[in-house]
Design a protein around this ligand. Structure first.
Ligand code: GTP
Ligand code: ZN
Length: 308
């Protein structure tokens, strides 16, 4: 029996890497136990599993068990009652790559991502790429956005994959961690990764063409080793990242600046919508909570659709 790390999954086959770096094609043992979670896939990228080599020349393996997960992210099914899909497990952090031009990442998208990551308790850094194409006005706006998120408690980094700005800091950020790398198509995920690991030749076209077509087939995340003990997870369909089982009253808990103040609301079941004595609305009025963050909160509250 050996321990291995799942690098890739197709749904029926799994690339599992042993501590020596050898990769086997694994499949699940017949009576593999699903431990209680209601999901469509029993194991995901980032999982640590126990396996036995089946055929040395064919490089095949039988996976018999899974080591308890530190955390995981799940994509909910469109039908809330149906089972979700585990995108990745055992993450140290998420990096959300955003651009304020070409293409412009909306603050609403950033907020929804941050809320999802909070719900899975995954610390997130926001990286603003393509700094080189911003004019003075753009740079000023970028500074405002960074201040907004730093005030809430998120680390931010400015990069330019083409000019090399912030690339060393980006490398440092990923060093010896398992990182979920997210962001819209075209923000420069592969460019930035290629800047720190030129030998990797990150393939993302396949993934993005899938995403662009909005195909609803199951797509699977993939894990890449950039350097020893340094991994990134590239997940298609990140827009559909779900929330941990969340009721309306819980959404506010995933906004750190709201979480810090909500025990001051008059009603303890306050939704911070139009209730009297709401500490959150007061903080928005006094600009202690950014209006854009509150708008994102309201849209998540109203939508009741946690997947967008
Ligand atoms: N000016 C400028 N262009 C950049 C920068 N980073 C990436 N680009 C360009 O933006 C385009 C998209 O970059 P990619 O690295 O393919 O973006 P991606 O996020 O991997 O996109 P998908 O593969 O679709 O997910 C390419 O033409 C890059 O050359 C940057 O920092 N500055
Ligand atoms: Zn309130």
């Amino acid at each position: 029996m050996q321990k291995g790390l799942i690098l890739r999954s197709t749904g029926s086959w799994y690339d599992v890497r042993n501590p020596d770096g050898h990769i086997f094609q694994g499949r699940l043992k017949g009576k593999f136990k699903l431990k209680g979670l209601k999901v469509t896939n029993p194991i995901a990228v980032g999982d640590i599993v126990l396996f036995e080599v089946e055929d040395k020349t064919e490089n095949t393996a039988i996976i018999s068990d899974i080591v308890s997960r530190k955390n995981y992210i799940i994509r909910q099914s469109v039908h809330k009652t149906a089972h979700g899909h585990i995108l990745a497990a055992n993450l140290d952090q998420a990096v959300l790559l955003a651009t304020l031009a070409m293409p412009r990442t909306s603050l609403g998208f950033i907020d929804r991502f941050l809320v999802s990551a909070e719900s899975f308790r995954i610390p997130t850094t926001i990286v603003f790429n393509k700094a080189d194409i911003l004019n003075d006005e753009g740079l000023e706006y970028q500074q405002e956005v960074i201040q907004l998120y730093e005030r809430v408690g998120y680390d931010c980094l400015v990069t330019s994959a083409t000019e090399g700005e912030g690339v060393d800091e980006f490398r440092e950020l990923l060093h010896q961690k398992v990182t979920l790398l997210a962001g819209h198509s075209g923000v420069g995920k592969s460019s930035l990764v290629n800047a720190i690991a030129p030998d990797l030749n990150l393939r993302t076209n396949e993934v993005s063409s899938f995403a662009n077509k909005g195909v609803h087939t199951t797509t699977f995340a993939e894990m890449f080793e950039l350097a020893p003990d340094t991994y990134i997870i590239d997940t298609p369909g990140i827009k559909e990242l779900g929330l941990m089982d969340t009721s309306k009253t819980e959404i506010g808990h995933y906004f750190p600046e709201m979480r810090d103040r909500m025990n001051q609301c008059r009603f303890n079941n306050c939704l911070h919508f139009n209730e009297p004595g709401c500490a959150i609305k007061e903080a928005v009025e006094s600009e202690d909570i950014a209006e854009s963050r509150y708008m994102s909160y309201l849209s998540m509250l109203e939508g009741g659709d946690n997947r967008r």
